[in-house]
Write a protein of this length. Structure first.
Length: 543
């Protein structure tokens, strides 16, 4: 093997965020930038000789080039084999599935998830550990530390492989297997859900529309929804992955998935609408003229879990991120299973799933998943809904109404203020933090503050502590306002405000969330000085 050692100067800014290292494409294109980070990963993870690595990405701009570089570096750093998705494609949940199924020594996933792609867009990379999940903070901190001091990287001299041809090839002395990115994942889905019942539902005229947003889920959705489940061709829209996602923002929410939202709120809307993000781990589900919040989606899936064959034996427990509404907690309580509250980011669920403490996990940010892999999983959530619908034969709106009638409704909304100047965002957070001293006991209209804190978490499995995970203001009646800065943005700072109030009265449960939360929204502004400090009248995205 012809290994070269190339000198490099550390960049100092390669700190993985909520979900890996994410930067503008131009930053990744700087000489040695990608190589520096990949070497930092390889130096940190103690690669067993001859180990196998899983490799793939969401197909965005730079994906193919980065894969060729990583293959050469993997060969030079002692990997014996790499499994790479055909065309360089692997959705995040499919990568997790491949890591687990073939017991590889983790994987590298190339994606900036829901952030836009293309030459002006974002790129990203993250390391997933052998359990298939995102590396925990202990490892990402070590990678960052290493990236700041390393002075060279190792790479073999070898030509590019043909990423489009499945089968065995070689890079240096290392074997590379180009695999079908969809097959193993589709098999796993078929083992969890009642495909026969869903096929029957669809054959009976149930219509669905899945918006892949020109991101990675197109091929997965077409194979599973159209080919295996019999949805008519065209049920999957924007199904061809494009390097720039067709110029769109592949974030499945009410703002960016506007094409799907328009379809679902129009006359003749299909029975179910769904969308996924750049790397396929998020999901948004809609009924006809009806939006299901991700927090409610987790709760409904938990309450109906035994309808799916893979969960027929019941669930061990639920975990949700702190800002996610407590709707799932109510279901857990009724089922008599534990519910854990973790910081934001899927990496905090891994230990709980590995220890068998939880089966289902969810985040308010359109993330739902289970222990079938160690990532959130967009299509899995859509299939879970289809399975529930096939068994219950009710509309999505009716299922939610029934759910709220039993459990009450945790009225919920997230307000994002994107791309704020960093000092403005920090000023707002500082003002909230400073108010903590005087808030407890203070009344705002009908709401009286009970406690406030900066959320910190002690992992119940390994005892590791994560601090500074979001400013919480909790009111006497259990309502909450949470202020948190995003760890995935690449432009200025994004401030997220999470609002939650419980509504037990069935007569008021069907109301509009923004109206039901109006008082809390005003309180959030009064405490943070948001409008005055930012000069903005309204959030960039409301969910
Ligand atoms: C956001 C979401 C968080 C999610 C993360 C990664 O992080 O709020 O819940 O885990 O994105 O999702 P932040 O720090 O911007 O709030 V993805 O689809 O990038 O893998
Ligand atoms: Co994602």
């Amino acid at each position: 093997m012809n290994i070269r050692t190339v000198s490099t100067t550390p960049f100092g800014d390669q700190k993985p965020g909520t979900s890996g290292l994410r930067k503008k494409v131009a930053v990744f294109q700087a000489p040695n930038y990608l190589e520096n980070f990949v070497q930092a990963v390889f130096d940190t993870i103690d690669i067993p000789a001859g180990a196998t690595l899983t490799l793939g990405g969401d197909g965005r701009y730079l994906n193919r080039e980065a894969i060729q570089v990583i293959l050469r570096m993997a060969a030079a750093n002692g990997f014996g084999r790499v499994l790479v998705g055909q065309g360089g494609i692997l959705s995040t949940p499919a990568a997790s599935c491949v890591i687990r199924q073939y017991r590889t020594f983790g994987g590298l996933i190339l994606s900036a998830s829901h952030n836009p792609g293309g030459p002006e867009g974002d790129f990203g990379i993250k390391y997933n550990t052998p359990n298939g999940g995102p590396a925990p903070e202990k490892i990402t901190d070590a990678i960052f530390a290493r990236s700041k001091v390393l002075t060279s990287y190792r790479i073999v001299v070898a030509p590019d492989i043909d990423l489009d041809r499945t089968g065995k090839q070689a890079v240096g002395g290392m074997s590379v297997e180009v695999i079908d990115p969809v097959a193993d994942y589709a098999e796993l889905m078929e083992s969890l859900f009642d495909f026969a019942a869903i096929r029957e539902l669809i054959a009976g005229g149930f219509a669905l529309c899945f918006d892949a947003m020109h991101a990675v889920t197109g091929p997965y959705a077409k194979e599973i929804l159209e080919r295996r489940l019999g949805a008519p061709a065209g049920s999957v829209i924007n199904g061809v992955p494009l390097e720039d996602f067709g110029g769109g923002h592949p974030d499945p929410n009410l703002t960016y998935a506007h094409e799907l939202v328009a379809i679902m709120f129009d006359i003749g809307a299909p029975d179910l609408g769904a969308a996924s993000d750049g790397d396929g781990d998020r999901n948004m589900v809609l009924g006809r003229g009806f939006f299901v919040t991700p927090s409610d989606s987790l709760a409904v899936i938990a309450a109906n879990a035994t309808l799916a064959p893979g969960y027929a034996g019941g669930i061990a427990g639920i975990a949700r991120s702190m800002p996610t509404s407590a709707a799932a907690d109510r279901v857990a309580q009724k089922l008599g299973v534990p519910c854990f509250e973790t910081p934001t980011g899927w990496k905090f669920f891994g230990n709980l799933m590995d220890a068998g403490k939880v089966t289902l996990c969810g985040e308010e940010s359109f993330g739902t998943g289970s222990s079938h892999v160690r990532e959130k999983d967009g299509l899995w959530a859509v299939l879970f809904w289809l399975n529930i619908l096939a068994k219950r034969r009710q509309s999505m709106e009716q299922i939610l109404a029934d759910h709220w009638a039993v459990f009450g409704r945790n009225v919920y909304s997230r307000h994002d203020h994107e791309a704020l100047p960093t000092d403005v965002a920090n000023g707002i957070m500082d003002q909230v933090r400073a108010a903590f001293a005087t808030l407890p006991g203070k009344a705002f209209g009908n709401f009286r503050v009970k406690v406030c804190d900066d959320f910190s978490y002690t992992d119940p499995v390994d005892g590791s502590v994560s601090t500074g995970q979001g400013l919480r203001i909790i009111f006497e009646d259990g309502s909450r306002i949470v202020f948190r800065l995003s760890g995935t943005g690449t432009e200025g700072a994004t401030l997220r405000i999470y609002l939650e109030a419980f509504e037990g009265d069935p007569a008021r449960q069907r109301g509009d969330a923004q109206l039901l939360l109006a008082e809390l929204i005003a309180i959030a502004d009064a405490i943070s000085g948001l409008k005055a400090r930012s000069g903005r009248e309204r959030p960039t995205v409301i969910t």
